[in-house]
Design a protein around this ligand. Structure first.
Ligand code: IMP
Ligand code: MG
Length: 215
């Protein structure tokens, strides 16, 4: 228990500890009586906050400042990896005050649950020419690294002028292939994360905080 008497998320080294359901009951977060369309009997597992919306905002501000410094005078193409990066992308780009292009790519790597299928393919391709552009990939999480390695190879073959990666979260304990993250938000523990765009079985993307799904 933490000093406020609210249970901490076990084994987490960051801002865990605020029980999402308890906060929802106290009216501190928006949550319906049947959260996320689940029946009460299926409303487990419980989301618990790992990174609050304030911490996320501060980190997005920091990342935007770093990106502004490096890309001033350029006109980069930001490629968001769907679907998980959409919220991060939206918050990040409104802090960038130079010309940029927004693109999205959709890759499939995960099945409908928590485990990667390992086979990655492009499900929705880019509409713009990458050749000669300064490309910055915007990703929600680097987990095994298989998806982003695939995407980096895929884009490199299209001969961009430069290619960098911005990831909101990194779960290095799960890595299967080395990945260089040029702009990193948070290093996170080996827990399944939801919220702020991240899903479990297409649910929970709308949570404004990043939460851990606990059984
Ligand atoms: P990777 O190929 O294992 O690095 O995983 C890449 C993709 O899997 C990420 O872009 C996410 O969309 C998804 N993913 C990985 N870990 C999590 C998680 O903890 N929560 C939600 N989605 C995840
Ligand atoms: Mg993703």
């Amino acid at each position: 228990m933490c000093h406020q008497g609210i249970e901490r998320v076990q084994g987490l080294d960051r801002a865990g500890g605020k029980d999402y359901n308890r906060r929802a009951r106290l009216g501190k977060v928006a949550m319906s009586s049947k959260p996320f369309g689940l029946e009460p009997s299926r409303a487990k597992p419980k989301p618990r906050i790992l990174l609050t919306r304030d911490e996320i905002e501060a980190t997005v501000n920091r990342l935007a400042a770093e990106i502004k410094k490096d890309y001033r005078g350029k006109s980069p193409m930001l490629i968001g990896v769907l679907k998980g990066s959409f919220m991060f992308m939206a918050d990040l780009i409104r802090l960038l005050d130079f010309p940029l292009e927004v693109e999205f790519i959709r890759l499939s790597s995960y099945g409908r649950g928590r485990e990667s299928s390992g086979k990655i393919k492009v499900v929705q391709a880019l509409r713009s020419e990458v050749k000669g552009r300064d490309v910055l990939i915007i990703e929600d999480i680097v987990d095994t690294g298989l998806t982003i390695s695939f995407l980096l190879d895929y884009l490199r073959k299209k001969k961009p002028a430069s290619l960098k990666l911005c990831a909101l979260t990194d779960k290095p304990s799960r890595r299967q292939t080395p990945v260089t993250i040029d702009y990193l938000g948070f290093t996170v523990p080996n827990k399944f994360l939801i919220g702020y765009g991240l899903d479990w079985d297409e649910k929970f993307r709308n949570l404004p905080d990043i939460c851990v799904l606990e059984e």
